[in-house]
Design a protein around this ligand. Structure first.
Ligand code: TTP
Length: 705
């Protein structure tokens, strides 16, 4: 649902940069001999020459379109060069393109706050940079303005003689009597042209851009003059731009809302919305959407550039057109397994590089049943909490699929999904991992480390993944778990449909404009579904290194009692209280030390449910707790060591007496995590120092008794 946001200031400078025929450029960089030739990138599937997913501008001149297949493209342009997307696991492997997109973002991020909107689109907030330029080196003072800037298109600015265009644009950019807004845009245009040249130089990719006062207008403008050009939207031209702009092409209006505007209000262009008062639009579409519509009719949008260089989600999908439709569960499972493998790999690499975990797994499918072509639209998307580990993702995905299928074919009316009367076919499948959260600084390598230590004595198969799987939060009630959906016959509750995914599903269905901005950018065409992904962290980009380990950092104000790092803290306490410096933490975690394992009894008092100390559930508990290190704190200041359970959550929690901890035990930990563990202690010293200080003060005090 669109969200109406106030413009905090209409004097912002926002640019939207969109790569030109992106996949083609990536392939041409790999094979420079293709440069300048009509070229198209085709999908993996070779049916009728493969579906075209990217077409070079040279090929477009011959009439080659993305909707064509290779054979057809060759008919209209016999010399076309068709390049197949890289393939892995029997489907397109888009990593090269994702990484190429990251290269671009890393160049842009040097100049302003960037939001990666899709695999090849970026918003950048240039307000500060433009303001600084206006102050220090305004365009009117520049002796030399680069040709690339002078090639800008200024919407609404009419140049009589085309030969004079650059001269006239220069005049427009350098007007000393221009209003403040236009001056800022002029600065923005200079900066963007420079950035585009920089991108070209460093990545060899060309791009186009829109420069405006908000994201919405910048996005509309970037597509207006392609390839390798930029378009400026002065405030005075907004009305003219929107007047004739087709309503269905507007972001968020490609679906039902846009259709309703057309059929119910007779609105076909954004400008036609101006006829309606805000109240009228609110009455019809609700307060928020009504105001949003009223705003967009006037080119108002307060949406901020999010400052996000990483994707909001990861996904992997594949289409199975026509005769390739999947008609048996085992075939679906085969493909789901492959999709999940890819998804799991990407999640792992996101975790490694960006320290992020995803919390929700969603399955989308398109299907048909019998001869009902409309049924294609109705396969329900299903979500559940995401568990890390390829096998677990695969297991959950097939369960989600089965839940969706039951619903799709009418579970309660059917004895067996395989019966003739219930024939179905799956024409597209995808899995997506969303709700990405950054794990607290300082816990990642610890979680990984202890995962590794625990492996031999636990039943988990893939240690880091498994441990992180447990770290992925499950719903508070656990009721969303899809573990109960193991068989068709299972009548346990189905996971709820994630409403966010409805939007993704809509994108899935031919709404190119809509989907392009979606965080989970599923491509609509070709045999495989594509999705945006970037694996460079903002920090990595800034430092020019994607592999940099984050330094552990805890806020100075870290509360004295850290709640819920039970296992390690309890270990530390036990070690120090009984055998200072003697009891090995490593041994404890390996359960090789009897003395230390007695802690578990302490920890499980009153519950008894964790008697199988090395069961997955206990590991779960440990990691769940590690995960929350930064989030929870208890305020008891009495310094008492205690073990308790939070009744509602069945989770152990401890507090401890700082003085009893012998910091030397940390030396026993491997070097890679020592620093992090020490950081847990460091802030805790503060209150103690204060306390001791007060004792000294007391000692020297004249009132000492
Ligand atoms: P787009 O930006 O839509 O298109 P483009 O970059 O190829 O061309 P343009 O210059 O007109 O912007 O898509 C970016 C890439 O995403 C594109 O190169 C290939 C991929 N893609 C698909 O795989 N399937 C699709 O249906 C679309 C629209 C894009």
């Amino acid at each position: 649902m669109p969200v109406a946001t106030r413009e905090t200031s209409d004097a912002r400078v926002i640019a939207h940069l969109d790569m030109d025929c992106f996949y083609v450029q990536v392939e041409q960089r790999k094979q420079p001999n293709l440069r300048g030739l009509p070229t198209a990138v085709i999908q993996y599937n070779s049916y009728k020459g493969g579906a075209l997913i990217a077409v070079s501008y040279e090929a477009r001149k011959y009439g080659v379109k993305r909707s064509m297949r290779g054979d057809e493209a060759q008919e209209v342009c016999p010399q076309i060069q068709l390049v197949q997307v890289p393939v892995a696991r029997g489907k397109a492997d888009l990593n090269t393109y994702r990484n190429a997109g990251s290269e671009v973002v890393s160049v842009l991020a040097r100049k302003g706050r960037c939001e990666r909107a899709s695999i090849d689109e970026v918003y950048i907030d240039l307000t500060e940079a433009a303001e600084a330029m206006l102050k220090e080196a305004p365009p009117e003072n520049l002796d030399d303005i680069h040709e690339e800037v002078l090639k800008s298109h200024v919407l609404g600015f009419i140049v009589e003689d085309e030969n004079d265009t650059k001269k006239e644009v220069r005049k427009w950019l350098c007007r000393s009597d221009a209003d403040y807004h236009d001056k800022l845009l002029a600065c923005g245009a200079i900066i963007v042209a420079d950035l585009r040249m920089q991108v070209l130089k460093e990545t060899e990719f060309s791009c186009s851009a829109g420069i405006a006062h908000n994201k919405m207008l910048a996005k509309l403008a970037s597509a207006m003059n392609k390839p390798a050009q930029q378009t400026i939207v002065p405030r005075s031209s907004v009305k003219g731009l929107l007047e004739s702009f087709p309503i269905k092409k507007m972001k968020q209006l490609g679906g039902k809302l846009g259709s309703s505007l057309q059929s119910d209000l007779g609105v076909n262009t954004v400008g036609e919305l101006l006829k309606f008062s805000e109240e009228k639009l609110q009455q019809r579409y609700g307060i928020n959407t009504g105001t949003w519509l009223w705003n967009i009719a006037r080119g108002i949008s307060g949406e901020e550039v999010e400052g996000r260089l990483l994707p909001k989600s990861h996904g992997s999908g594949k289409n199975f057109p026509g005769p390739q439709a999947l008609k048996t569960i085992s075939l679906v499972q085969h493909w789901l397994n492959r999709l999940c493998e890819e998804l799991s790999e990407r999640l792992q690499s996101d975790l490694d590089q960006n320290k992020r975990i995803a919390r929700t797994l969603t399955l989308h499918a398109r299907a048909y049943k019998g001869g009902d072509s409309d049924s294609h639209k109705n396969f329900p998307s299903k979500s559940c909490p995401l568990r890390y580990g390829t096998a677990k993702i695969q297991e959950d995905a097939i369960n989600l699929f089965q839940a969706g299928l039951r619903e799709y074919i009418g579970f309660y009316n059917n004895k067996s999904l395989g019966s003739q009367s219930n024939r179905w076919g799956i024409t597209s499948l995808s899995v997506a991992a969303s709700k990405m959260v950054t794990i607290p600084s300082g816990t990642h390598s610890i979680v990984k480390y202890f995962g590794g230590q625990l492996q031999p004595s636990s039943s988990l198969k893939q240690t880091p993944e498994s441990v992180i799987h447990e770290a992925a939060p499950s719903s508070p009630s656990g009721g969303e778990s899809c573990l109960g959906l193991n068989s068709y016959e299972s009548q346990l509750g189905y996971p709820e449909e994630d409403t966010r995914m409805k939007y993704l599903r809509a994108s899935f269905g031919q709404q190119v404009d809509q989907s392009k901005d979606s965080s989970c950018d599923l491509s609509m065409q070709g045999d495989d579904l594509t999705e945006e992904s970037s694996l460079l962290s903002p920090q990595a980009i800034e430092n020019g290194t994607a592999e940099k380990e984050p330094q552990p950092s805890f806020p100075v104000e870290e509360p004295r009692h850290i709640h819920a790092v039970p296992t390690l803290k309890t270990v530390v306490k036990k070690n120090t209280a009984k055998e200072k410096g003697n009891c090995s933490i490593l041994k404890f975690f390996k359960n090789h030390h009897d003395h230390c394992t007695s802690v578990k009894q302490h920890a499980t008092n009153g519950q008894g449910s964790e008697s199988n100390y090395h069961s997955d559930s206990t590991i779960n508990n440990q990691v769940e707790s590690l995960k929350e290190t930064n989030h929870e704190a208890i305020g008891t200041d009495n310094g008492e060591s205690s073990a308790s359970h939070e009744a509602g959550e069945g989770r152990a929690s401890w507090s401890y007496r700082m003085e009893e901890i012998d910091p030397s035990v940390v030396d026993e930990l491997p070097p890679e995590i020592q620093l992090e563990v020490r950081a847990w202690f460091r802030p805790l010293k503060r209150p103690n120092v204060v306390k001791r200080g007060s004792i000294i003060t007391h000692y020297f005090s004249t009132n000492k008794d």
